[in-house]
Design a binder for this molecule. Structure first.
Ligand SMILES: *Cc1c(COP(=O)(O)O)cnc(C)c1O
Length: 406
């Protein structure tokens, strides 16, 4: 990290040192803007890493959550929770799938998916079930989900990894067939429709359809991790819907509660009855506050047309970036600008982590993932004026950065 933008660098003597943090602390926000504790304003193109679907201090979400706080925050799953039924039915209707298990985070949703895959196998008499996973995948940081993750940096120091994974490259159906050839233990194929942490890498539409067909042929579960790319970010509720297919298992989290921790595993008929009472659970999962956040997020997204907004403003932002960085695209400094809706990656030809601090200094929150990819995952309420502002701050920073010696 380079220059420090604020005079106060908050230190953390007691919080465990697990993050490389920027030297600012945010105090409040409004829409796509946030302010730090020194009163400096930022445009938020990160949205808490694709979490703050409705931005900050949304005028409909906040009163709804306040109302819920006065009723019930938590009860436990010893009892029926009507708001779970309500959120489940909303998710089922929008996904065309059939049942939902609620948890609180992305890794927890993926952990449930992996347990479903294993029990699906055991129920068929497969003693040592194996799941196909992908290069550059990210599925979380529990022992099982980091084992499924395709990033040696996430795994380093935590071996032995969980066994039962077969790793293949993305978008290569022949490689998938070759890696599973004659293997009777395969039970599921598990990937992100658009890899997020791996550098904003979309699965091709043809590939999604080919894998769906292969899963049907071989009686495997198709499990699509929509934790980051789902919940309207690409302009459809779920990114795989662009390919006209349905998965059997779909983990969700990040954007589902607009900042309140909510995770879910949505399943189709093939996976709906694998778990029986006692097979899985979560103390916080599906609590009334979390469920209210999910229900209100979906309601507000529809009232405000945020799927269409994500598609329209996302396309506008991508085109504006391509125009502003046309020279860099032509000379190869920018290798690619990719993604869909409001999940965009600008892939540079060299590691660019330094740009995160420079953007902060210029009043813009972004992230860099897979070392060299600038990731933009702003709230879905982003306006074209705010998209213009992202471009006008970011593109000069990128141009100047690419001119510096490596
Ligand atoms: C962020 C992410 C996860 C992990 O979510 P947590 O809530 O941090 O556990 C899993 N899968 C994908 C695709 C993600 O982007």
């Amino acid at each position: 990290m380079t220059a420090v933008s604020s005079p106060v660098a908050p230190s953390s003597p007691h919080v465990m040192n697990t993050y490389g943090r920027l030297p600012i602390a945010l105090s409040h926000g409004q829409g796509c803007r946030v302010w730090d504790t020194n009163g400096r304003e930022y445009l938020d193109a990160l949205g808490g890493i694709a979490v703050n679907t409705l931005g900050h201090n949304h005028p409909k979400l906040v009163p709804a959550l306040q109302d819920q706080l006065t009723k019930l925050i938590h009860t436990s799953n010893y009892y029926h929770i009507p708001l779970q039924e309500e959120l489940a039915s909303l998710l089922v209707a929008r996904s065309g799938m059939s049942n939902v298990f609620f948890c609180s985070t992305g890794l927890e949703a993926n952990e449930a998916a992996l347990k479903l895959a294993r029990k699906f196998g055991h129920d068929k008499g497969i003693e040592r079930p194996e799941v196909v996973v992908y290069e550059k995948a990210f599925h979380g940081r529990s022992i099982a989900t980091l084992s499924a993750t395709g990033n040696p940096k996430v795994q380093a120091g935590f071996g032995p990894l969980v066994e039962g994974f077969i790793r293949v490259p993305v978008n290569n159906i022949d490689a998938l067939k070759a890696a599973t050839e004659g293997n009777p233990n395969v039970v599921a194929v598990f990937f992100e429709a658009i890899q997020g942490e791996g550098g904003v890498n979309p699965m091709h539409m043809d590939y999604l359809r080919d894998v769906r067909a292969l899963c049907d042929q071989r009686d495997w579960l198709l499990m699509i991790d929509e934790v980051q790319c789902g919940m309207g970010r690409t302009g459809k509720w779920f990114a795989h819907q662009w390919a006209g297919i349905k998965p059997d298992v779909m983990p969700l989290a990040k954007g589902l509660g607009s900042g309140v921790p909510v995770g879910a595993v949505v399943v189709g008929p093939k996976a709906a009855t694998i778990f029986q009472p006692g097979n899985h659970g979560s103390t916080f999962g599906g609590n009334p506050l979390a469920m209210r956040a999910g229900v209100e997020t979906i309601r507000i997204m529809e009232e405000e047309g945020l799927l269409a907004n994500a598609e329209r403003v996302g396309a506008y932002l991508k085109a504006a970036l391509e125009k502003a960085l046309a020279t860099e695209l032509a000379n190869g400094g920018v290798k690619d600008i990719r993604g869909q809706g409001l999940m965009l990656g600008i892939d540079l030809n060299k590691p660019c982590g330094a740009l995160v601090q420079r953007a902060v200094d210029a009043g813009l929150l972004i992230s860099v993932t897979a070392d060299s990819v600038i990731r933009l995952v702003p709230p879905l309420i982003l306006t074209t004026a705010e998209a213009d502002q992202i471009v006008s701050i970011l593109s000069p920073l990128v141009s100047a950065f690419l001119k510096e010696a490596a």
